[in-house]
Design a binder for this molecule. Structure first.
Ligand code: XMP
Length: 360
């Protein structure tokens, strides 16, 4: 049995013959879930220092989606959804999205995505969020290959309207992907312990490096791409996004890349030297758990302060540039082609060092 597992720095994509005349011909449309599409493959993570309504609105404008975090009471989370719904309508964006997501979208609506947990209260939460206009729910738990997720999916499918998609995770293995598909999930959130602030692997010794997680879950997805894989955790730049999509993910969830921006929740802190910062904290960190009056046992995350980055628009623009170049190097015009036709090699430590600027 081969127990070797790889992550982003362990591989490089193979440049291939290309006929792409200009990067402007490259199309970044993709799938978020069984029935919902995206114009760009980015999902803002459901962390309380990454995504509330403000980030979700900006991500919508940029063609992605923000998943509104669940560390607030149901009424507050519903208010966040209402703000996104109202903004959408105000800008006549729905029509544009319908046109642009075309073949990716069975349900021609812009995704409004929210996180929920797996407790009894979360069933009521889900119903209220859907009443307010949420149409993609994310069952946000650390270990998604779990009976609680199966029961939650069962319950939600029996009470929610059919236009609602449910993404579940986090998972990392072929069997978990097979099971979640069997339980009816409309999308798979993939990656355990690889996030920039995660201590799960340190605390529990469990997890699988991200590239192998994605490859395994794509294999386990039984319907040939009907149920998209969202790669989550450890993504630091457009090169990592390209690698995640090349090995089969349809979209990526971003935490640290979008944290510390104007649109992420939290105050900007100014230091004495004038430099600006924001907090970024793991959902299972002591700081997050204490803030939300949760039990402070089972801490599996860190928290930190990161430099303020300005608007998320600049970040997404740079990611788009890098990703379009990546598709061009692989001779692919669409993410769908890139999923199927790109190749990669495993590299050595020397290869990894050579891949980064090494003169300075
Ligand atoms: P990045 O690398 O984008 O990762 O910052 C974001 C993802 O990390 C996960 N996450 C956690 N995992 N303990 C964990 O083990 C935590 O406290 C924690 N907080 C977030 C989550 O999947 C997120 O999208």
């Amino acid at each position: 049995m081969n127990n070797r597992a790889l992550t982003y720095d362990d591989i490089l994509l193979i440049p291939r013959y290309s006929e792409i005349k200009s990067r402007s011909y490259i199309d970044l449309r993709t799938k978020l879930s069984r029935n919902y599409g995206l114009l760009t493959p980015y999902v803002a993570s459901c962390m309380d220092t990454v995504c509330d309504s403000r980030m979700a609105m900006k991500m919508m404008e940029l063609g992605g989606v923000g998943c509104i975090h669940r560390f607030m009471c149901v009424t507050s989370q519903c208010n966040e959804v209402n703000k996104v719904k109202k903004f959408m309508v105000d800008n006549h964006m729905e029509e544009q999205w319908k046109i642009h997501t075309e073949w990716h979208t069975n349900i021609p609506q812009i995704p409004i995505m929210v996180a929920i947990g797996v407790s009894e209260d979360d069933i009521v939460r889900a119903e209220r969020l859907v009443e307010c206009g949420a149409n993609v729910l994310l069952i946000d738990v650390a270990h998604g290959h779990h009976k609680n997720v199966k029961l939650m999916l069962n319950k939600l499918f029996s009470i929610l309207p059919t236009h609602v998609d449910i993404i579940a995770g986090n998972i990392s293995t072929i069997q978990s992907a097979k099971d979640l598909c069997e339980w009816g999930a409309d999308g798979l959130r993939v990656g355990i312990g690889g996030g920039s602030l995660c201590t799960t692997r340190v605390q529990t010794g469990h997890g699988i490096p991200n590239v192998t997680s994605i490859i395994s879950c794509v294999k386990g997805e039984r319907d040939g791409g009907t149920i998209p894989v969202m790669a989550d955790g450890g993504i630091r730049n457009s090169g990592d996004i390209a690698k995640a999509l090349a090995v089969g993910a349809e979209c990526v969830m971003l935490g640290s890349l979008l944290a510390g921006t104007k649109e992420s929740p939290g105050n900007i802190v100014e230091r004495l030297d004038g430099s600006l910062y924001k907090r970024y904290r793991g959902s299972a960190s002591l700081e997050t758990k204490s803030t939300h009056n949760q039990s402070t046992k089972h801490i599996e995350g860190e928290s930190t302060t990161i430099p303020f980055k300005g608007s998320v628009s600049y970040i997404v623009e740079k990611l788009n540039d890098g990703l379009k170049s990546a598709l061009s190097y692989s001779g692919c015009r669409t993410i769908n082609e890139f999923n199927k036709n790109s190749g990669w090699v495993e590299i050595t430590n020397s290869g990894m060092l050579e891949s980064k600027p090494h003169l300075l």
